[in-house]
Design a protein around this ligand. Sequence first.
Ligand code: ADP
Ligand code: ZN
Ligand code: ZN
Length: 763
Amino acid sequence: MYLQVAVNIHIYQPLEYATPDEITDDHNSADNNTLGLIFSDPPPSSGTPKQCPKNMTGCRVLVPVGSREVLGVVISEHRKNDISDNQNCQRTIKKVLRFIDDVPVFDHNILSLLLWAASYYHYPVGEVFFSALPPLLKNDYPATLPKIEGWEKSDAANPEKIPCRSSKGRDAWNCLRNKPLATADFKNMGIPVTVLKGLEKKGLIKRINLRDRQKPWYQEEITVNHEFIMNGEQNRAVSEICAKNGFNVFLINGVTGSGKTEVYLNVIEKVISKGLQAMVLVPEINLTPQTVKRFYRRFSVPIVCINSAMPAKERLNSFLLFSGGNAAILIGTRSAVFTPMRFPGIIIIDEEHDGSFRQEDGFRYHARDLATVRARMENIPIILGSATPSLESLYNVRIGKYHEINLLSRAGNAQPAKIIPINMCREGQFHGISDSMLIAIRAELAQDNQVLIMLNRRGYAPKIICHDCGYVFLCGNCDSGLCYHQDRHILLCHHCETRYPVPTECPVCKSRNLTVTGNGTEQLESCLKEHFPDESIVRIDRDSVNRKGVLERYLQEINDKKHHIIIGTQMLAKGHDFPEVTLVGIINVDSSLVSEDFRSREKLAQLIIQVSGRAGRGTKKGKVLLQTYWPNHPLLELLINKGYNAFAKEELSCREKLRLPPITSHAVIRGNSPSHKSLSDLMDEIYFFLLEICTVFPHTKIHPPMAASMERIGNRYHLNIVIESETRIELQKFLTTLINHKNEIRHLNNCRIVIDVDPSTTL
Ligand code: ADP
Ligand code: ZN
Ligand code: ZN
């Protein structure tokens, strides 16, 4: 047999290998093995050559590449004579060294998804496959679930006889009367293992792997605890989604607090009651114990989580439990989209507009887009939900690809919060906070309400300068100013994370008169502390919640009303439910109104609406104050007076006029290198090559190499070539032509080149 293998190295195509000799015949005669397993031995940890499993496609293998041994995943298998009889070809085909798995780690649909992704994102196939695997499986770690040690009565024991004089022994025996139990359960009851071992010695009980005895969730009765009675809109949404069979994309466009989660839960209930599985993808920061608890409270079925911050073993277990069909629900962040589903039921993407669904380095992909491709391959429905849908999704509604479902009112009795601009030109201010904002905060606190203030910049101040000569402290590795962090007492580069000591004098004029400009969340916190010394303030940003569990603790404390003032960056905007917050203050968003990135207006509108959505979610009415120097800016006026959907419609027609995505398609060729000269030579060469092939692509435009928005980061220079195509298909053909001709363009002269398809920014 010959195998196509996605090998974990930086080449675009799969490689061809032959199966190891000794087993080829066995393999042919093993057709009666229904489980797809020939060998029941546990997987060897390393070393021993392993024979081929019955079902080789989707298994990890060790293969030779040059003089190295590298892991790969089998993509397909075919007989020798399927391949051309070319003698040369046959002679050069090497053999697989060993099989790591005896059951596939990826099923057929995941293989198709990964092949599709490698070709759509133009990324080396093996690297795509290996970035989709849980970290432990990137090595030869066995893909097996750990045993759950447990005990049961041995067959010989007489159930009526009390075999033991010690009370703990009797307790243990009684517990095992009706069903087996885990060692951990005994420990919880205060019965130590020594007691169990004693009973084992007497031949009364025996050790088992409880995992083998667990009854699958779909054979048990599923219990569901409803918290609310759905309102009319929610009911209609659920019936509309459940009325259709097979692949369909639903966009739930529902205002903040309209009860989208409640809709997901009701749809999931219908799915799991049929014995099918649900995959729920959430933004990075939303996978908190609160989210998971809401699912646990609702359903009795096994639920697993996957995110990049969790311990590797736990993550592998979640992967195996879900792919084996032993968990009903998976809640995960973007990389969870690659988890196989044994009983595919539904995929749900919550906050589908969120930037964290996009992987921004290495293999760059969009988990929302891959999830829709996957749903099509699995032939199951997918729900995208947001109060501020991406223009991509709204465009897909417009062209009839997605079904839109609107939830126009808040669930329960909550009222939408009104956004009121504060004209900063007419205001006195203190460290960036206007007088009107301070008065409003005081009024809410007097009524025992919570306030939430958002400033989308962490640290104390974004710049530190010499007051006498104007010298600005810059990062030595980047074209970036240094941010002053008062808490950690350092200057920090937000691009390469290099830290510098806080200076005492100017390196140029030796003046000690140094000052900061601009403000960040730390400054906001100390300023509000000064104004409200008796209030408890909590700050939520990447610095304050960088340790595990801290964010969860803060969120709980906010819900318990331990803090009345909540300060933070855009982290606060994401889907959190703070029922006691009545005032949201947005400090400064003006810089986003003048960005050169065509997506910045969309991102700003989403941020404003999302953070505003944290106000007035409970029984009390909420309001939002937005500080700006441009209260009459058309974007703000439209957003404030007409809402997000009106804004999005207007923005979409702008994109249409300017022929920008999602109407057209973009790709960026990103190059970086420590040498500006070699990079710019290489980028020029690529550019001229692109111009050449461009002649047969009439609807594709190439822009000359341009410095990235920050040209030097971490001592590497960054240049981009932007490619614009009128259609996605033409862009794909164009990029394929590029890869076919210029397979070797990457890693030349210390230059790294990547292709970024559907980039989140072209800067
Ligand atoms: P979204 O995800 O749309 O922002 P959630 O699902 O978190 O909204 O619901 C917002 C709030 O409304 C939550 O506190 C939730 O418990 C409550 N809620 C949802 N549905 C109902 C309902 N049918 N009746 C009463 N309260 C509801
Ligand atoms: Zn100076
Ligand atoms: Zn830096």
